[in-house]
Design a binder for this molecule. Sequence first.
Ligand code: FES
Ligand SMILES: [Fe+2]
Length: 449
Amino acid sequence: MKQRLTEPYQGYFRQQNLQPDLEITQTGPKTPGGEYLRRAWQPVALSEEVGEHPLLVEIMGEELVLFKTTKGVYGLIEKHCAHRGASLEYGIATDKGIRCCYHSWLFAPDGRILETPNAPCGVTLDNFFHGAYPVEEYKGIVFAYMGPPDTKPDFPVLDTYNDYHGEESQMVPYSLHYPCNWLQIAENTQDPIHSCFLHTSVSGTQFDDSWGVIPTIDWVATPYGMMNVNLRRWEDNIWLRTTETILPNYNQAGAFWERPDEEKAFQRVAMTRFFRPINDTETQVMGWRFFNDVVDPQHKGDPGAVGKEKMDAIGQLDDRDYLSQQKEPGDFEAITSQGRINIHDRETLLVSDRGVSMMRKLVRKGVQAVRDGEEFVSLPRHFSGVIPTFTQDSVARRPALEGVDDDKLIREYGLRYAQIVIESAKSSPDERRDYLQEKLNELDIQSVE
Ligand code: FES
Ligand SMILES: [Fe+2]
């Protein structure tokens, strides 16, 4: 229960035994929260982490071994050998699968037991499998689906993976360890006002001065989750940024160093990421950074500084000494210092935290739906082509109007444009930007109630 102190110097009365909200923070097998996360593809490891030897991984509280056969086929299987439990991290990859070090049982990537050389002749294990999960490698990341086989979705290819406005682009995979629950990292993306403080006025400018302008923010539902509509007046321009959460635990974010000086429509992402639980109190943040002349025209980003425990922005991982972290904290320090699992009963949420509350509601609804045997609603389970998504930046020249409340005007632009961005998912990927530019030009609001 939430407790509010109402007198000065009342530290003594602070309730000490507050508990985390387990329903939406648990990740383990057969927990409601863990079942919910198991309805989507989750990243396992960077492809570069799997070489000649198997890789031991922990995902959502399950210990697993990721390996690659000598023919290049990936397998993700239970850690403990089905024979007598030796860890398959000490196994040897063959052309057909992985061979246990102890008595040489051979397992195929799908869990089939191919050989049991220690068994007397005549023993077969044809109807007996070791636990395994389906795996897909995509652009330097190995993903797995760990949910019930009959609800397995197609591997989701988002429209942003191939949309560079005709520019050359690089998608650089990365993986960062966070010693905290996944939900608080995901919530940070729906708390955009922190960019004015943490990333600008408190720690100094970590990205661009434009981030310091306090935005007008709204949050709206999308077909796969939600997005914040983050609006700023920049001289005669309005900068309309949308940042989406794709349930259960995906996010896409726009340009790091955005300057809203030039008019534009539907500029896409600098980052697609997955807040993949290791267990309830640790998370591997994985995804891709996008590098091209559109999202980073001045080449402030550095693809060479992105990868395994590497990111080309300050405060994104545990890579600094304590004094530097204290002098200039970033997202990593703010998020992980909330605790291993942030205690919601300790918080005091304000109007600007509506996105955080909305995300928790959506996650809870999803957890309960899965628990009750209903369908998990997010990305389409089957699709052809690419899946249209909603993170974008647009800049429109709209000088402030005399006698009109500018904040209200900006909010109105933002909300109407956000709906147009959602509707535009019907357009083909090739036509969507032109369609949105046209709609943005037409959108001309002269007064607000
Ligand atoms: S424990 Fe793996 S083959 Fe015996
Ligand atoms: Fe941030």
